[in-house]
Design a protein around this ligand. Structure first.
Ligand code: NGO
Length: 527
């Protein structure tokens, strides 16, 4: 029927088909979404074994032209564009179903997902990210980033494949407050450094950045009605360097940068102690009417506002008014720690008055745990750092606690005896010690219902630049983020340390200077 040539052609064609068929059958192993190294660990994951693949032409699709949706969609597109080299665009399409791509859906009816929860349905052609609120979509976008290979974080074009295992993730946080604090007073850090910190904390789904804006060594935010605070009080720092401060415009720029990532900035003006920078700037705030000298050491507890002068409260009212006008978040932090030279009979009425000032400007109060000595106003929060007894006093008054126990959560504590940076008054905090605790069982009588969340503070007596900050923050920060997000029943160090080990690839892609703890199996050989 066929001649020799035709026979040969048919045989080759047949063999070709067989080879293609066999290679299709010799499938790669099924994917397993539940084995991905996500931090924080999601609440529930179901697996369907296939792969979604990002390709040239994969679009990010939103169904409504709303700013918050567009912003988050564009944020994702920008993250994916440079490393994949694909022209990933945001498209507004009302029609459904979609023919592939990443679809972001705001569905207010999904109330079970709460303020920040999200659902991610990944199939072979489409990723559908749904949330009740815009913040939930943003948190879900972080999950998508973490599901892609670490090189997605690089800014130059990389080779794919860009695959994500299929399945479903339903996820929401355990606590509503998950934050970090940066002390910009002991050493000052400019706007670009703080933006980096905001990027890092948002990558791990934290939602609060507390800025410690004033202390003995420096006043760091412009107050137009009291200009000498920054001109003089902001002019130095620990060690005698030149210090610095944020103008109100720069502060607003930070607030917006954070807000776009669904993070609130919580401003702190520490008082009545830790106030030397203000006392050096305005003589009238001192009981003896004499301005103090600027201070560049690290000792604490020697300064106090004059608590029985009227001008002190006029001053505080001006400061709180100007800062709250720039702050959309719901809290103002009044410090209140270590006021060792303020008599307790002066401290208590002072904190009571200051709480009322903050409330009169429409914000709720947070203060370090000593504020529990005063009469806590409705909604005031005590930030536990040192004293379980103060935390208990706050709870007895019906107040909530923000958990930052120094011996577990202070980012400025050394990892081990060889750590050059940092302090050790609250002990050494290796990565496992930082991770392995449950805020809801740390103190008897203080349970989840009494706690608004977790915050990890970085005090900067010994920290002078971004590199040093990163070294103290990483790799402990992802652990604090997970403590705040993932239910305690779903957390254990052995399993977490494997996931954390994989994140070294991401730290490296983001050029983060991190501490290579021996307790973590880092996944990059040349470490
Ligand atoms: C304490 C103190 C800060 C120090 C920090 C150093 C609180 C709340 N007050 O924490 O002034 O910088 O320790 O670890």
């Amino acid at each position: 029927m066929f001649n020799k040539k035709q026979n040969r052609f048919l045989t080759i064609l047949f063999l070709g088909i067989v080879i293609v068929f066999l290679s299709l059958c010799a499938e790669r192993p099924a994917s397993d979404l539940s084995k991905e190294s996500l931090i924080p660990k999601p609440v529930t994951v179901t697996v369907s074994g296939e792969y979604f693949k990002l390709r040239p032409g994969t679009d990010i699709i939103i169904r409504e032209e709303k700013d918050e949706l567009k912003l988050t969609a564009q944020f994702l597109a920008d993250k994916l564009k440079s490393s994949t080299g694909f022209g990933i665009d945001v498209k507004v399409t009302r029609s459904k179903p979609h023919s592939g791509g990443i679809v972001l859906v705001a569905d207010p009816a999904k109330t079970t997902l709460g303020e920040e929860g999200y659902e991610l349905v990944i199939d072979k052609r489409t990723i559908t990210l749904t949330a009740a609120k815009p913040a939930g979509l943003f948190r879900g976008v972080q999950t998508i980033r973490q599901l892609l290979p670490a090189k997605i974080e690089l800014t130059s074009k990389q080779e794919g494949p860009w695959e994500i295992p299929t399945g479903t993730i339903t996820d929401y946080p355990e606590y509503g407050y998950r934050g970090a604090m940066i002390d910009v007073s002991r050493h000052f850090f400019g706007v670009e450094v703080i933006k980096k910190i905001i990027d890092y904390i948002s990558y791990y789904k934290m939602n609060m950045l507390h800025l410690h804006l004033s202390d003995d060594q420096g006043w760091r935010i412009e107050i137009k009605s009291w200009p000498n605070l920054t001109l003089h009080g902001g002019s130095t720092q620990v060690g005698g360097g030149k210090g610095g401060y944020y103008t109100q415009d720069q502060y607003s720029e930070l607030v917006k940068y954070a807000k776009d990532r669904f993070i609130d900035i919580i401003p702190e003006i520490d008082m009545p102690g830790h106030t030397n920078a203000a006392l050096a700037s305005y003589a009238e705030l001192n009981c003896d009417g004499k301005a103090t000298e600027l201070y560049t050491g690290t000792r604490v507890g020697f300064s106090t506002f004059c608590t029985d002068k009227e001008i002190t409260y006029k001053f505080i009212d001006d400061v709180v008014r100007e800062i709250t006008a720039l702050s959309p978040g719901s809290y103002f932090h009044i410090g209140g720690d270590e006021s060792h030279v303020t008599k307790v009979e002066d401290y208590i009425p002072f904190i009571n008055k200051v709480q009322d000032i903050v409330l009169s400007h429409g914000k709720k109060v947070i203060g370090w745990d000593e504020i529990a000595l005063s009469t806590l106003r409705e909604g005031s929060v005590a930030q536990n750092w040192a004293s379980a007894e103060n935390a208990a006093k706050a709870v007895a008054q019906g107040a909530k606690i923000l958990m930052s126990p120094a011996s577990r959560a202070y980012l400025d504590m050394k990892y081990d005896t060889t750590t050059k940076l940092g302090l050790r008054w609250a002990g050494l905090i290796e990565v496992n010690k930082a991770y392995n605790w449950d805020p809801a069982t740390l103190f008897p009588g203080i349970g989840k219902e009494n706690i608004i969340g977790v915050e990890a503070p970085l005090w900067t007596e010994t920290i002078t630049n971004l590199d040093e900050m990163e070294f103290m923050i990483f790799p402990r920060l992802p652990g604090y983020a997970e403590i705040g997000w993932t239910p305690a029943s779903g957390r254990n160090w052995d399993e977490y340390s494997l996931r954390l080990g994989k994140h070294s690839e991401r730290f490296q892609a983001m050029e983060i200077n991190f501490y290579r703890s021996k307790l973590v199996p880092w996944s990059i050989a040349e470490l």
